[in-house]
Ligand binder design. Sequence first.
Ligand code: ZN
Length: 108
Amino acid sequence: MGGMECVFCRIVRGQLLAERIYEDEDIIVVPDIHPSAPVHLLFISKIHGEELHKVEAGKFERMMDKVREKIAELNVPYRVAINGNGATQVADHLHIHLLGKISADKPV
Ligand SMILES: [Zn+2]
């Protein structure tokens, strides 16, 4: 399962070193290697090929619970983003971006 070239699969398998902020049976949470905000976390499904419009509802809810938990913990202005199939150069591998700022002077 998972393409050899998929960056998210490589992170999940530990082939790309990333600080694992959180991990459970469904997801891992790591900082984005190229952050677009002072806080930029990725909530990555462990399964390649899942996408927002295909993922099982209960799993998506568990992923979002973790995002919501992190938002509450950070307590900063934030934006949550999910890129769909073909929206970026990355493979079909569900991941949720959480971008947070230190202050509210500019939108994230
Ligand atoms: Zn993948």
